[in-house]
Write a new protein. Structure first.
Lengths: 322, 285
């Protein structure tokens, strides 16, 4: 089966004060129907820009190279009409901040109907009916009452459910999630993760989840790609990457994530240094200045090595398990 | 549950009427409107009728001229009401003209940005630099000095500032996340402008419009003063003020009456504009 979404060698440059700088470089991803790929990385790694680049929502002056193929259509360089037909209809997007991404002046029902009627020729009664179904689908209780409410009358968790309902109302094949649980508290976060998992199962959705939270990723993703300074440094099935990371950055990132078992009296390990200044990129491995395994060869850029389901970009990979 | 089902308009009206300043301004405007509509019908005088027995009469109920008369013996109460009618009509019509053109122009420029924005806003800059008195004279002479031409001429000036105000607001809206979300759900640019940009411009636009009504009334007064606006014997607040200013020492009520009417309108509309802006913000409780 051919994958739903294939990203090949995607490079994104954004204009800066002097010239432009590379936000994403040579990104390659594949997502099949019913599969969830998570992209993890620190802030500034280019996660949100990746989602926007895939959906054609990059800023007007961005330069994009490479290819984004979705359902046998090339989206890089596609015209506005094609993109409009794909966005919302075939690709749904959920943004980080549910309060900001709902229009404050329209009721929940109105916004859902608008999102549906952008793609389907339905009359307003059918649209309302489907909007109600969409709210049921994301497990919003007393959906009929909610339809008449404004976003500011809902809690943060409910708002995010509404944006998910809006993203799903035209029955897309792919859902792009830009840190969908970051703005929410831990219990609501857990509920939404359960919801995503069941939506993936019930609707056979392909999902691209962007997050900095490795716990969230472990909960729902099948595969994970680790993004560092605009490049994918490691990719593979979640279980195997978490158990035996090959790239030192992945190992350090996993070690730095909070855990309930870790003793409280010892400080949590952190990654020394800062992510590189993106405007001035060194020629070698971007992680070298912070890496404990660094050697002379790291002054050259490592290529991406693929072995089986796993892949990494490192000259001195950590040993495979067993 | 009933409260949550109310529409945004009902909510806004409820907030508006719970504001004391807004209630007072609405009452003042209503009284002025009733006065303008009814006084000329009820009074025994006509606005251009001369009362030979009472010329330059100070206000007194005994003579039947409650607000006095001018040097020609015309009743000031009726003339003030007549002037209010003309000034209200000019203020409101010219504001409507400037709203329609200015909002469309500014919203498109601010939301679309880029080259279109540059072209639209440079046009505004160029028109700004033309002296509007010249435009009104031109319009007036082309249309044989009709009052409608004055309306249109004043409206044509007003929209320039409206376009700038709206463009700034639309530009700020463009970077809001719900606009990105609307693009992401596949809505077209006209749909987004109509559904998301325009309703969110309503607050600032209404606030600015209520402020521009008195401004346009004053411009009309200025034009009438120059002899370009409404002509004698018809009255507008503008030419009443001009007449009154000329006779400040002899007949002070000639200035005081239209002056206090203009003051009342300006204060009431300013307070109302302010209250409207707060009331139309849906995020308020």
């Amino acid at each position: 089966m051919s994958p739903l979404l294939t990203v090949r060698d995607l490079t994104l440059r954004l204009p800066a004060a002097a010239g432009s700088f590379e936000v994403l470089h040579g990104i390659g991803l594949e997502i099949a129907a019913g599969e969830c790929l998570a992209v993890v990385g620190e802030s500034g790694a280019g996660k949100s820009q990746l989602i926007r680049a895939i959906a054609g929502l990059s800023p007007p002056l961005a330069q994009i190279q490479g290819s984004v193929r979705f359902e046998d259509q090339e989206l890089v360089g596609a015209g506005p009409a094609l993109l409009r037909g794909v966005r919302g209809a075939r690709i749904g997007i959920v943004f980080q901040d549910p309060a900001g991404s709902l229009a404050p002046h329209l009721t929940v029902g109105r916004q859902l109907c608008d999102a549906l009627r952008a793609h389907r020729a339905v009359d307003s009664r059918q649209a309302l009916e489907q909007a109600r179904t969409a709210l049921d689908r994301v497990r919003i209780p007393s959906a009929t009452e909610r339809m008449h409410q404004y976003p500011h009358q809902l809690s943060g968790g409910l708002r995010q459910r509404v944006t998910i309902a809006a993203a799903l109302i035209a029955e897309p094949a792919l859902l792009l999630l830009d840190e969908p649980t970051t703005a929410l508290d831990a219990t609501v976060q857990q509920e939404l993760l359960t919801l995503f998992a069941s939506l993936k199962r019930e609707l056979g959705l392909g999902m691209l989840l962007v997050s900095h939270d490795l716990g969230v990723v472990a909960g729902i993703a099948d595969r994970v790609a680790v993004l560092y300074a605009g490049r994918i440094v490691e990719q593979g099935p979640v279980d195997s990457v978490y158990r035996a990371p090959r790239h030192p950055y992945t190992r350090d990132l996993l070690a730095a994530s909070p855990s309930l078992e870790a003793p409280l009296d010892r400080p949590r390990p952190t990654i020394a240094g800062r992510p590189p200044d993106r405007a001035r990129q060194a020629p070698g491995c971007a992680y070298a200045p912070r890496c404990s395994e660094v050697a002379a060869i790291c002054a050259q850029r490592p290529s991406f090595t693929v072995t089986g389901a796993r892949g990494y970009a490192c000259h001195r990979p950590l040993p495979e398990l067993q | 549950m009933n409260a949550t089902r109310r529409s945004l308009w009902a909510d806004a009206m409820a907030r508006l009427t719970s504001d004391r300043a807004a209630r007072i301004s609405l009452a003042v405007l209503l009284v002025l409107a009733l006065f303008a509509a009814l006084a000329p019908l009820a009074a025994p005088w006509h606005y251009d009728q001369l009362d030979w027995a009472h010329m330059a009469q100070r206000p007194s109920p005994a003579t039947g001229h409650w607000l006095g008369t001018d040097r020609l013996g015309r009743d000031l109460l009726v003339r003030a009401a007549q002037g209010l009618r003309v000034s209200f009509a000019i203020g409101i019509l010219a504001t409507l003209v400037s709203m329609v053109i200015g909002v469309t122009w500014g919203a498109v420029a601010g939301y679309c940005g880029g080259r279109l924005d540059a072209v639209l806003m440079r046009t505004v800059d160029v028109l700004y630099s033309l002296p509007y008195v010249f435009i009104v004279i031109l319009l007036g002479s082309l249309t044989d000095r009709s009052t409608l031409a004055v309306f249109l001429g004043i409206g044509a000036i007003g929209w320039l500032t409206m376009a700038r105000v709206v463009r700034g607001e639309a530009q700020a809206l463009r970077s809001r996340e719900f606009i990105t979300a609307a693009i992401a759900s596949g809505l077209s640019t006209p749909q987004i402008l109509w559904r998301h940009v325009l309703p969110n411009l309503l607050g600032p636009v209404l606030a600015y419009a209520t402020l521009s009504v008195p401004q346009l009334i004053l411009i009309e007064g200025f034009l009438s003063f120059l002899g370009l606006g409404v002509h004698e014997p018809r009255a507008s607040l503008g030419n009443l003020l001009a007449e009154g200013a000329a006779d400040l020492h002899g007949l002070p009520w000639m200035l005081l009456v239209p002056g206090s009417l203009v003051l009342a309108i300006v204060l009431a509309l300013n307070a109302l504009g302010d209250a409207l802006r707060t009331a139309l913000d849906p995020r308020r409780p």
